[in-house]
Design a protein around this ligand. Structure first.
Ligand SMILES: Nc1ncnc2c1ncn2[C@@H]1O[C@H](COP(=O)(O)OP(=O)(O)OP(=O)(O)O)[C@@H](O)[C@H]1O
Ligand SMILES: [Mg+2]
Length: 308
């Protein structure tokens, strides 16, 4: 079963093609990272999923229902935390959440879940404060609670931790991970790539409105054409062989990190070059790139294709 399906989706704003030929599926139960630089089209894609904007071409379905044709069903299935802080300043946190529950037709018994959300999102002290009087980070927590009041099966979070302090970010991720473990599908956009790496099991990278990478996270990292060779050398006073210079991405004394192309730069050749100049190798290991390194490579490559 699939949570969200994007079929041949295009979105144009006048002459700008904000999304081009988007075709991918968010598997049900996945923790899906939708990543990309500013302006890549992430929020536009989310708005189309939530029925807040119409695709210029193509279709989006949520749990088997077309977003445009079955708007009510898809809204019920979805909880969306928007990137923009939109709120009604005249209601308190609790009033806002009750209103939202009413909008989704939740019975008064849902109020105990609202209390639970208020507690989990650390809003107890502010539950009766007007939204207008909350700090930015607190408003964002309310938006998260608001997206969850009707217990949606699919939760989309568009940069939920922008402007949120470290402590709450940790709490929020813990909370979202629990929602995921309970069986919900989570779609997350974030610029905190280390956090996306530890949370997500599927990754799509958008750039200039196109999907430029899409895979299970482990495969995306393992199949990336680069890997890193980390060396500790006994190199005191000795210059490194000049052949290695183009490969070095980090040097801290005799600790060296080299970036190698998996199919071209051979580890053996690096070791031979060091032996030729009598530099002993005290320790070595290889590692796959992290998500941030893969992200930077892929977006840089696709920028070259677009602009060069
Ligand atoms: N309502 C709109 N009218 C015109 N252009 C728009 C509109 N909404 C978005 N865009 C443009 O579409 C492109 C994609 O914007 P979008 O907000 O989807 O990017 P994003 O990936 O969410 O970026 P960010 O990381 O900054 O949130 C941008 O060039 C943006 O200026
Ligand atoms: Mg955005």
């Amino acid at each position: 079963m699939t949570a969200i399906v994007f079929s041949n989706v295009y979105k144009r704003f006048g002459r700008l093609e904000a999304l081009s030929n988007i075709n991918f599926t968010v598997p049900e139960g996945s923790f899906f990272g939708l990543l990309g630089p500013n302006g890549a089209g992430k929020s536009t894609l989310i708005n189309l999923s939530a029925g807040l904007a119409r695709a210029s071409q193509g279709s989006v379905s949520v749990l088997g229902n077309d977003v445009q044709r079955d708007y009510r069903k898809t809204r019920q299935a979805l909880g969306v935390v928007p990137q923009e802080l939109v709120y009604d300043p005249f209601f308190s946190v609790r009033e806002m959440l009750r209103l939202q529950a009413g909008y989704f037709g939740c019975p008064p018994s849902s109020h105990s879940y609202i209390d639970e959300l208020i507690e989990r999102l650390d809003l107890i002290d502010k539950a009766d404060t007007n939204l207008h009087d909350l700090s930015g980070g607190m408003k964002r927590r309310v938006l998260v609670a608001q997206a969850l009041v009707h217990r949606p099966q699919v939760v989309i979070l568009d940069e939920p931790t922008a402007g949120v302090d470290v402590e709450l970010r940790k709490n929020l991720w813990q909370f979202v991970s629990e929602l995921h473990r309970e069986g919900r599908t989570i779609v997350l956009t974030t610029h905190y790539l280390e956090e996306a790496e530890s949370l997500c099991d599927q990754i799509a990278i958008l750039n200039h409105g196109r999907v430029v990478a899409m895979d299970e996270k482990e495969r995306l990292l393992a199949r990336h054409p680069h890997q890193f060779l980390c060396l500790t050398l006994g190199c005191e006073g000795k210059p490194l062989p000049s052949a290695l210079a183009p490969l070095v991405v980090k040097q801290d004394g005799c600790e060296l990190t080299l970036k190698l192309k998996r199919d071209q730069d051979k580890i053996g050749a690096v070791l031979d070059a060091l032996r030729d100049v009598d530099i002993p190798i005290l320790e070595l290991h290889t590692r796959d790139p992290g998500l941030e390194e893969v992200f930077i490579d892929i977006t840089a490559q696709t920028n070259e294709v677009t602009h060069g």
